[in-house]
Design a protein around this ligand. Structure first.
Ligand SMILES: [Zn+2]
Length: 287
């Protein structure tokens, strides 16, 4: 199976890139949700009852810029039981993009499964993998993960963040931010304090790149289901509900790096609730 999938969004191109993927018990990931509450949603789980957690990034070509949204879990050892070795750099190359071509790296937030390939180790030194890219993150997010020794350790600061700072590749932004005339970053706090999602496209077709505003398709129907990983589970639930209402009202597309790959779909109305409906990509041949 191909680990990249392309879709055209108006004048722009969006490519789903799979770094790796895991499966885990849903009650372990959503600790506050009872096992029985999953009964109406068994079709969203695997045959063995586990949920898929894809580890994905997005490549955007917009207005002459080559943009990477999040950098995967990276090549260093992690605790997550991954089904495939993380391979974002080779998946990007298979999709026709060299790391040196990336003009902008956007971070939805700074959890380690979104910053892993910021650097690779060369002769014992962590070097930026995207040396020609400006790396954009919300200032509040940066402060949250760099203020204390404990948070720096959680964010693997020395390995994946400090080298960006040292190479002067880091730009801190505040609030809504235009990346190109058809790509904007919007604050979607809750999962982390400075969490950001991205809206690509204008007019008829637009797509919301969620980041970790949601992790599983079930949350489109059950936006109050906040995973253990949400720093503020009440705020994340409010953010999620508002975001999916907006997406449904605009009939926009959803792009999620954690939903089952490639993670593209819509929020369809079903009575008073919303429901995730997957859509096909244009195919896996990138140009
Ligand atoms: Zn994540």
């Amino acid at each position: 199976m191909s680990r990249f999938e392309k879709r055209t969004i108006g004048d722009a191109t969006l490519i789903a890139l799979q770094d790796s993927w895991a499966t885990l018990p849903p009650t372990a990931f959503f600790g506050a949700v009872e096992e029985a509450a999953w009964d109406p949603y068994r079709d969203l789980l695997e045959d063995d009852g586990k949920m898929v957690l894809n580890i994905g990034s997005w490549l955007v070509r917009s207005k002459g810029q080559t943009i990477l949204v999040d950098t995967g879990i990276g090549g260093r050892p992690v605790q997550m039981p991954l089904h495939d070795p993380p391979a974002l750099p080779s998946v990007m190359r298979a999709a026709g993009v060299e790391p040196e071509e990336i003009d902008v790296v956007l971070f939805s937030h700074l959890h380690y499964d979104h910053t892993g390939w910021n650097t690779t180790e060369q002769e014992g030194v962590n070097k930026p993998l995207f040396p020609n890219a400006r790396h954009l993150v919300q200032e509040s997010e940066w402060q949250h993960w760099t203020n204390t020794a404990k948070s720096r350790q959680a964010a693997r600061y020395d390995d994946v963040l400090a080298p960006l700072e040292q190479a002067n590749l880091l730009d801190l932004i505040d609030g809504e931010h235009d990346i190109t005339s058809e790509l904007v970053g919007i604050p979607t706090p809750g999962h982390t304090p400075g969490h950001m999602s991205f809206v690509l496209g204008t007019g008829n077709e637009r797509v919301y790149i969620l980041g970790d505003a949601a992790h599983h398709a079930v949350q489109i129907t059950e936006p109050t289901w906040s995973p253990n990983a949400d720093v503020d589970p009440v705020l994340s639930a409010e953010t999620r509900a508002a975001l999916f209402e907006r997406i449904a009202n605009e009939d926009a597309l959803i792009a999620s790096g954690h939903f089952t790959f490639p993670g593209l779909g819509r929020a369809r109305r079903n009575g008073s609730k919303l429901q995730f409906e997957t859509i096909a990509s244009d195919g896996s041949t990138a140009s």
